[in-house]
Structures are given as C-alpha cells and as structure tokens.
Design a protein around this ligand. Structure first.
Ligand code: ATP
Ligand code: LTN
Length: 335
C-alpha cells in the first residue's frame, strides 16, 4: 500500500458510445498501459458522459461491459489499476454539480467538442452536452490526478479542468491537484482512412474509415487496402499535402515501433499497395491478442462483475474523501 501512495496518480476514461477504435487505442489506451506500472491509475468507463448523446439502453449496457473486458485485455491489470464504471461512483455526479457552479458559461461555449457534437446532433443539444466538461473535471479532480493521458482532441477539456481547479483552489486553498494532459507525440490524432481530414471516431457514420479493436483481420485488411492516399507514389510524411499517407505512417510508426525515417526508407521505390498491406498487417498483429483475450474475458461474467465491483469500491473510497473536503470548503453542513 505504501508503494501505491508514493506514486503519482493518473485518471482517464472513455465513453461507451460505440465500439472502441484504433484511434482511442493509439491515442489513449496504449499509453495507459505503458504508464500503468509507474503510476497509481484510475481508468473508468464514462457511461454518464455517453448519455449526452441518445443511446440504446441494452446496447449501452453491453458495450460498457465489453469495454471493461477490452481495458483488461489491452494489458491493464485490475489488481494494479482501479478499473471502474463512472455511474457506480456517485461522487462524480455530486462533484460535477459543485464544479458546474465554478465553470463559466463562456468557457463551456468555447469547447470545440460541444460545437462539433451540437452540429452533429442538432435535434438534441441538451444541457448535459453543454456541461459535459464539468463532469469530466469532476472525474479527474476527485482522484487528485497528476496526469491525464488522452488524445489531442481532449486537450481543451483538460485545460478547462486546470482552470476550474485553479479557480477553486484560489478561493478555498489547495483542495485539488492541478492535472497535466499527457498526449502522445505520434498517434495523438488518428484520422479516418476514407476522409483523412476528419478524426477517426467511433460515432462516425462511415464504417470504412474506422478500424475497431474487435474487428476481424480480414475486415481490417480490407479497410487498409481501401484507405485513401494521393496521386504521388512516394511514402513521405507530410500531413498538409499527404494527409492519407501521413496518417498511415503514424499508425504504422506506433504499431510497428518505427520512426518516420525508417518507414520512408523501408518503402523507398515501392508502391502504395505494398505499404498499405504492411500497415494493415502490423495493426492486425497488434490487435489480435487484445481481441482474443477480450472475447475470453467477456465470457467470464463473474470475473467481470468482480472487477467492476472492486473497482467501484476502491474508487469510491478515494473520491468520497475529496468530495467531503469540497463540501466542507463550500460550506455544506457535515452529515
Ligand atoms: P465519440 O465519437 O463518441 O465522440 P471518439 O471515438 O471520439 O468517441 P472518445 O471516447 O471520445 O472517442 O475518446 C476516447 C479517448 O481516445 C480520448 O482520450 C480521445 O482523445 C482518444 N481518441 C479518440 N479518437 C482518437 C483519434 N482518432 N486519435 C487519437 N486519439 C483518439
Ligand atoms: N471527454 C473524453 C472522455 C472522458 C475523459 C474523462 C477523459 C470523460 N471523462 C476524464 C479523460 C479523463 C472524451 O470524449 N474522449
């Protein structure tokens, strides 16, 4: 236990709003695994965030459990990391309310994700979609997280969390640890294979643009073979002018552990066809053990339940401690 308390803390989460993509794996989960030995880690499935967009209840439940299995299968040991479901720890909703009173309307209005999701769901621009970042700040601040490993698209939300924490600390003294985002140098923004101008996203309507971590090898290979490239024949990193090829290079770089220079040399004088097949193969090999292990874990319902129950108990213990402190600071009467 003493070892755990000396380590710095990480918190991160993913919404169970769709099947996990190669984007969330390379932008977030892969780093969670790499950081998990060095830090005291809390990894959650943010089901409360996911209902800001309408979900089918049966599918949401199924995906939440599948995502838990995928976290473990990716290499997160539930003995060493606290893995839990957000709605099981009521402190998230409670702190979120308090923090929403310390978050400005103008700040929330500037959030890119709010603007994007409002445009995509014009018939359901609900208050939760707007106050989403206050709940995310609660997720992070409840655990006094030092580091938040996320993809590049979440940088703005982590920065807002820092602003909220600093504002609160400025009024009440040092209540919250002010967290830093941890964004990978390569893989921070994996783009769609069919429209490389857009982020690969699990709620994307074009399934060909997305690789899912549970997808079968033949489907993955088919998507890579159809990936959009350009009219040159040169494998060169140039995201401005060659977004498709540069995206494939980023994916290959992380999947195969090679630098851009090594990749350019490997494919010098070769066609795009060879390159796309090799990228596809490297992704298939990276994802194969995760898919197989996820399928195995998911069949063991008792184990999955034990993981999320123990995770919720461990998370609640830490979260409630922070929540009590916050309630006291703002002037609520202790129970
Ligand atoms: P949705 O489409 O429901 O908004 P999403 O596919 O964008 O979902 P999230 O659940 O929002 O995925 O993201 C999970 C984590 O993975 C976050 O840390 C996010 O920054 C990261 N991430 C998601 N997509 C990508 C991507 N294309 N490239 C790199 N990181 C990504
Ligand atoms: N907003 C994130 C998901 C998320 C999160 C968090 C990430 C919710 N709470 C706390 C890191 C830390 C997203 O849309 N990907």
């Amino acid at each position: 236990m003493s070892e755990i308390t000396e380590k710095k803390t990480i918190l991160s989460g993913i919404q169970p709003s769709g099947d996990l993509t190669l984007g969330s794996y390379l932008g977030a989960i892969k780093n969670w695994v790499e950081l998990s030995e060095e830090y005291n880690c809390f990894y959650c499935i943010v089901d409360m965030h996911s209902i800001t967009v309408r979900q089918n209840p049966a599918e949401l439940r199924k995906r939440t459990l599948a995502q838990l299995a995928q976290y473990i299968a990716s290499g997160l040991d539930p003995e060493k990391n606290t893995i839990f479901i957000q709605s099981h720890v009521s402190a998230h909703a409670e702190l979120s309310w308090v923090l929403s009173c310390y978050t400005m309307f103008g700040e929330l209005s500037r959030m890119t994700q709010f603007k994007d999701k409002s445009a995509k769901n014009a018939d359901n621009i609900n208050a939760g979609l707007f106050t989403y970042p206050s709940l995310m700040a609660a997720d992070i601040l409840l655990y006094q997280a030092d580091l938040v490993p996320v993809g590049g698209d979440q940088k703005q939300h982590v920065e807002l969390t820092r602003d909220i924490a600093n504002r609160f600390n400025g009024i009440y003294g040092d209540v919250f640890t002010v967290p830093e985002p941890f964004i990978p140098k390569v893989g921070a923004r994996i783009m769609s294979l069919t429209t490389p101008e857009n982020k690969m996203s699990k709620s994307d309507k074009d399934p060909g643009g997305c690789i899912y971590i549970m997808q079968k090898p033949e489907e993955i290979m088919r998507s890579f073979k159809r990936a959009v490239t350009d009219s040159e024949t040169c494998v060169r990193y140039d995201p401005e002018n060659k977004p498709g090829i540069s995206n494939l290079m980023s994916i290959y770089s992380v999947a195969a552990g090679k630098t851009f220079e090594e990749i350019e040399n490997e494919f010098a004088g070769k066609g795009y066809g060879d390159f796309k097949v090799r990228v596809g193969e490297s992704v298939v090999e990276m994802l194969r053990p995760i898919r197989e292990e996820s399928e195995r874990i998911l069949k063991d319902k008792a184990y999955v339940e034990q993981v999320y129950r123990e995770g919720a108990a461990r998370a609640s213990y830490v979260a409630n401690k922070t929540l009590r402190k916050v309630y006291k600071k703002v002037g609520f009467v202790a129970k």
